[in-house]
Design a protein around this ligand. Sequence first.
Ligand SMILES: [Fe+2]
Ligand SMILES: [Fe+2]
Length: 272
Amino acid sequence: MKNKPYFFVIPIILLGTLGSCICYTKTSQTGLSLMGAAGTILIAAYVYLELYDYQQRLQELLHLQEASIGALVELAQMRDEEVTGRHLNRLPFYAQVLAEDLGLNPEFKENIVKTIALHDIGKVAVPDSILKKPGPLNREEWIRIRRHPLAGAAVLDAISEELDGSNRQVAEYLATAQEIALNHHEKWDGSGYPQGLEGRAIPLSARVAAVCDVYDSLRSTRPYKRGFSHEEAVEIIRSGRGTHFDPRLIDSFERLAGRFEAIWEKHGEQTR
Ligand SMILES: [Fe+2]
Ligand SMILES: [Fe+2]
């Protein structure tokens, strides 16, 4: 194209993000000159407005997607508030410090922090008579409870399908949410559920979520258990190194235990 003179008349339109728009046409093989023709300027303006309109619509769509996912977090929180207090509010804080210590890349860390509150979204499919039962659960009830990771993953999968990868950021965010919802009860030694995954086959996001979720659950008072002290919770988690939890994550957790305790102290049950 460079050597064909008849291509010189094709204008080059430069569109700036702050409303600027300049048209050039080639006058020779080596130079450019500003085009003064009003018609070309009008075409450029039209293209610019179309592009601007498209960007606006894309932004609106992105906001709508984020709002829909936000509503899902709200729903999980409303259900959780009745059963487990402010558990979901605290999890992002633990996830933030743990992910930071592990040196995870910022986008992945952000996705874990933003989606950890959705880990039990599948519990919306579990009846209150089981979820709020004060006594021990029977075998049937346990089976129902143990299905919640699959139910959560299915809900998030349906949303992903609907959005059909329309935005990379939202798609990755949903993929992380799904990993966590499906795998947060898997254990390092393969004795967890629902799939009995072992070691690194368990997504890292879910391994991080498991440590945060278990620490906070141990500290919390639930209809069926008392709240454990920080020392008791740390000891229980430490004893799960290499069985329940990824050993590398427990090394981090041990370093960060004081910060976990501070998060509990600041946002714990007593602050409700
Ligand atoms: Fe769960
Ligand atoms: Fe939880």
